[in-house]
Ligand binder design. Structure first.
Ligand SMILES: Nc1nc2c(c(=O)[nH]1)N[C@H]1C(S)=C(S)[C@@H](COP(=O)(O)OP(=O)(O)OC[C@H]3O[C@@H](n4cnc5c(=O)[nH]c(N)nc54)[C@H](O)[C@@H]3O)O[C@H]1N2
Ligand SMILES: Nc1nc2c(c(=O)[nH]1)N[C@H]1C(S)=C(S)[C@@H](COP(=O)(O)OP(=O)(O)OC[C@H]3O[C@@H](n4cnc5c(=O)[nH]c(N)nc54)[C@H](O)[C@@H]3O)O[C@H]1N2
Ligand code: SF4
Ligand SMILES: [Mo]
Length: 890
């Protein structure tokens, strides 16, 4: 054999670091810091499929922008000194102000092992109860609803239920974009068994477009809808009285309340703004279909009444006995890859550990298990209250791990301001330029964490399935695993023995053992079967669902036997409150701002923002406005608009669409100070907490909108990143071969031409200018290589960038391409805005093949490949079909 031929690296089985679907990934390292990414056909969450984000993971692995060395107050330092600063400051603050002046803000993106060690240090050894997590903004209402109904935070069902349901009700969930692989399972079920899809969302999302019945209800009225449903089920004899009598309590009170809120179809329609016909159709479908899964996410959870919304849904499932059965049950879709793992370790401020809370015997049990000198005895502050306590100066030290609250918390500007008063602000981060890493306290410590592909441990997905994240890349720079960093600080605080872990397997064993400790079936969360797992077995462990008790069998579904975790083993109906709609809408703030996600970006974009494929679908921060609201304000598609709330402002590009209801706005919260000049949507959001769960309302803030008249608009494409002058509006996106800025400015085309000549002095500039009409184009070459390109026009005739982006992908464009960079007129047709991220297919190409005869999604795929890889764009392609055909016919 030729000695120079290297055996190809073996693929490593790992888990996608994005959403709670928890897809299995095969990563084959290329030996140069990158990896080939494929779906793992053996993983029961995805059977080999990956969505656009999962498929593009390989584009996010570069070390560009990574935090690779510890820093104290902006200066690079050694680990020794950084850890010494953290431990020393924590010790001093605890002595001076008490341990409860210290707070931790953790993340559902930490691995279970990281999370376990952080929770143990804070709650058992430092002795502060103030440990909360971004899961407060994500899952805490579902957790609270589960606990009220079941006595435990248990997700009863599993993904197979989606394959086996005859009706799937999606409440407040844009599944097609946010849990794409589960959505594909749902669509497959429809093809296979005729499963009906009902989507309940004030906004007609891509998920809503695919529904058999779309219910575009008034925001916040879900409790009325499900109260109406419960009343309807009772009055039409659709209840399962056997199940109700034997296994539940509280139906009478809940039903009485439901009837007071929405006694019948007509009242439900009036309360929700839906038509009576649609309400009746939904109620009948639900009443006559046994196999119903009601899946819900942020339209339910991120609400000032999120817990009641969850219980209103669960009530209907308990009343019909549809829980824990194949194809039936309420199903909370978790957002983050390890939202569930965080709940298991007790990362929320109202939990202690391993699904135990603060009953004296639970506190004592955890104390004994940990050998904890400073065990806490009660709940800590939840995220919103915790950040308010920082504003009031009650909290002196904050350690943020794996989350970017300066972007994702409501009232984000006030929070950024308040951090300045902290005596100690510690951020464990993977990137150096997240808004939270760039914020400062009186003393600021940045600790470089290993990222996906480098770290090792476990995550738990929406169906309670624990999967391994395995490392397949070398640790870069001086980055360390999050658990290691915490353990190093613990040792410096004198707790060496309790934190002497040899690796993640040792931590996992301890976590599993705690879950089984004095459990005997009293707690749902039990990993006793894994408490003595050998290192090698842990390393090789396949995806497994809990519970996994030492004795007895694990279960894919819970509660089919009607045994719940309340003291009398009965589930509880909850009497919910009538909807209280967005408070505070006034003449000054007449609209309601809803916020959420786009298909191809993940949260604050520190990872997906690196991928040119993922940055093409939605390249600028936008706000969706209904035509009825846009028209009187003179707002047109593409105009820049300033959204204002009492908490902050942002300037976003207008999308005029009847997908939102009149009076409603929708904006995605992905953009940060790192990626746009003025698009931090978190700064706008009020975040009124739900009274039970403390989860803030992120979907309904009173807001105003007005056009922002900029003189000129344009784009600048560069190989590296360039900044723009103060006062310009801009948004940055990664493009093939570099970085793209879309901008708006009050400067004239002449001034912009001067700026370009200044910026690129010494380069070859090819320019085209028509200053009389305010137009300017410029291409910058360096030894024949295209290094930058700018186009500018009056705001009402702003140049599109699709064609220039395609030309910029080539370092040395052909003469024809050079000409069209300056003329703005393509000699070949441009692809238009990207629809299919995997194959980079634009909307113009798709409408082109449809015009040429492709009449189905499959035919479009055959003609131009769009939609043939991950399928995340299939809903968008389907939507183009009738539109394009209609246009052809006209
Ligand atoms: N592409 C992508 N996928 C992701 C993520 C991402 O950042 N990007 N993040 C992951 C995470 S952490 C999470 S939590 C999930 C979130 O997943 P989803 O919950 O599906 O996402 P959102 O867009 O936040 O909100 C869902 C919908 O709630 C609707 N809504 C607003 N108000 C109401 C209401 O009063 N009633 C009802 N019924 N609906 C309402 C919104 O219009 C929105 O369409 O996504 C996960 N997956
Ligand atoms: N307006 C509005 N706000 C929202 C929401 C909404 O719908 N609307 N949704 C809320 C929800 S559901 C969620 S889940 C949150 C999400 O919001 P965040 O958690 O703030 O968002 P991310 O961008 O995922 O932040 C993760 C951070 O951890 C860093 N990181 C990545 N890997 C590692 C690692 O291994 N270790 C460490 N230490 N750091 C790492 C990343 O670089 C990034 O800065 O946003 C919430 N905020
Ligand atoms: S659905 Fe997409 S983002 Fe979610 S885990 Fe699977 S591949 Fe990752
Ligand atoms: Mo989330």
């Amino acid at each position: 054999m030729n000695a120079h031929v290297q055996a190809p690296a073996a693929p490593v089985k790992t888990t996608c670091p994005y959403c709670g679907v928890g897809c299995g990934v095969l990563a084959t390292p290329d030996g140069q810091g990158g990896a080939e990414i494929a779906g793992d056909t053996g993983h029961p969450a995805n059977f080999g499929r990956l969505c656009s984000k999962g498929s593009a993971l390989g584009e996010t692995l570069s070390l560009d922008k990574r935090l690779l060395h510890p820093q104290v107050d902006g200066a690079r330092t050694s680990w020794e000194s950084a850890l010494g600063t953290v431990a020393g400051s924590l010790r001093r603050i605890a002595e001076q102000h008490g341990p409860d002046a210290i707070a931790f803000y953790l993340s559902g993106q930490l691995l279970t092992e990281d999370y376990y060690v952080a929770n143990k240090l804070a709650k058992g050894f430092l002795g502060t109860p103030h440990v909360d997590t971004n899961s407060r903004l994500c899952m805490s209402s579902a957790v609270a609803a589960h606990r009220r109904a079941f006595g435990s935070d248990t997700v009863p069902g599993c993904y197979e239920d989606l394959d086996e349901a005859d009706l799937i009700v999606l409440v407040g969930s844009n599944t097609a974009w946010c849990h794409p692989i589960l959505f594909r399972r749902m669509v497959d079920a429809r093809a296979k068994r005729g499963t009906k899809l009902v989507v309940i969302d004030p906004r007609r999302t891509q998920t809503g477009e695919e529904a058999d019945l779309f219910l575009g209800l008034k925001p916040g009225t879900d409790t009325a809808l499900f109260s109406g449903l419960l009343a309807h089920l009772a009055s039409t004899g659709s209840l399962d009285y056997r199940f109700v009598l034997d296994h539940t309590s509280g139906l009478d009170g809940a039903l009485e309340r439901a009837r007071a809120i929405a006694p019948n179809v007509a009242a439900t329609a009036a309360a929700t703004g839906l038509s009576e016909a649609d309400v009746a159709r939904f109620f009948e479908l639900f009443a006559r279909t046994k196999r119903v899964v009601t899946a819900f996410s942020q339209g339910v959870n991120q609400s000032a009444q999120g817990t009641d919304k969850g219980n209103a849904i669960i009530n209907c499932h308990l009343a019909t006995g549809r829980i824990g059965l194949p194809g039936a049950g309420p199903f909370s879709l978790t957002g983050q890859p390890n939202a569930m793992g965080g709940r298991e370790v007790g990362g929320l401020a109202n939990m202690l550990a391993a699904h135990m809370h603060f009953a004296p015997e639970e506190v004592d049990r955890v104390r004994r298990f940990w050998g904890a000198p400073n065990i806490i005895t009660g709940e800590g502050m939840k995220a919103v209250a915790l950040f308010e306590a920082i504003e009031r100066g009650k909290i002196k030290a904050l350690w943020v791990m794996g989350t970017n609250p300066i972007v994702s918390m409501p009232r984000a500007n006030q929070i950024r301001e308040s951090l300045k008063g902290l005596d100690l602000y510690v951020v464990s981060e993977a990137v150096a330029d997240s808004d939270s890493a760039r914020a400062t306290g009186k003393k600021t410590v940045l600790l470089p964490a290993l990222a996906w592909g480098e770290k090792d441990g476990t995550v738990t997905n929406s169906e309670r399935r624990i999967s391994r994240q395995r490392s397949f890349l070398k640790a870069p720079g001086e980055a360390r695993a999050d658990w290691q960093i915490i353990a190093d600080v613990a040792k410096r605080l004198g707790h060496a023995q309790a934190f002497a872990y040899s690796g993640t397997a040792a931590i996992f064993r301890e976590h599993a053992a705690l879950s089984a400790f004095e459990n005997n079936g009293s707690r749902d969360f039990d990993l006793g079967g894994m408490s003595e797992i050998a290192d090698a077995t842990y390393a090789a462990t396949p995806p497994l669902q809990w519970p996994l008790p030492k004795r007895g069998k694990g279960k894919t579904r819970l509660f089919a036997d009607g045994q719940f975790y309340t003291f009398d083993k009965r589930a509880r109906f909850v009497a919910v409150q009538a909807p209280a709609l967005a408070q505070g809408v006034s003449e000054a703030y007449p609209l309601v701002l809803n916020t959420g996600r786009v298909r191809d970006h993940w949260h604050t974009m520190t990872r997906t923002g690196k991928s040119q494929r993922l940055s093409a679908h939605r390249a600028v921060p936008f706000v969706e406005v209904h035509p009825d609201d846009a028209a009187p304000l003179g707002l047109k598609e593409g105009d820049l608009a300033r959204i204002a709330t009492p908490h902050g402002t942002a300037t976003l590009e207008t999308m005029v669409t009847d997908a939102v209801r009149p009076g409603n706005l929708f904006a995605a919260f992905h953009w940060s100070a790192a990626t746009a000049s003025d698009a931090r949507v978190g700064a706008l959001v009020r975040g009124v907490p739900d009274p039970v769960s403390g989860q803030p309302e992120l979907k309904a803030t009173p807001a105003a909108i007005a056009a922002v008249p900029y003189r000129n608009r344009g784009f600048l494409l560069t190989r590296g990143e360039h900044g723009l002058p103060e006062g310009w509006w801009w948004a940055r996106a990664t493009i093939q071969g570099g970085s793209g800025l879309q901008f708006a400015t009050q400067e004239s085309s002449r001034a912009v031409a001067l700026m370009m000549r200044g910026l690129f002095q010494g380069h070859d500039l090819a320019e085209y200018a028509d200053h009389a009409r305010g137009r300017y184009r410029c291409a910058v070459y360096e030894s024949g290589r295209l290094v930058a390109c700018l186009a500018l026009g009056p705001a009402e005739a702003r140049p599109g960038w699709e064609e220039a982006k395609a030309l910029f992908a080539e370092a040395e464009p052909e003469p024809a391409a050079r000409r069209s960079l300056l003329s703005g007129r393509a000699e070949t047709a441009s692809a238009g805005p990207t629809v299919c991220a995997c194959h980079g297919v634009g909307v113009d190409v798709i409408t082109g093949v449809i015009a040429a005869g492709a009449g189905t999604v499959e035919a479009v795929g055959a003609a131009c490949k769009a939609g043939t890889n991950c399928g995340s764009c299939i809903p968008e392609i389907r939507k183009l079909l009738p539109e394009a055909l209609a246009r052809n016919a006209a």
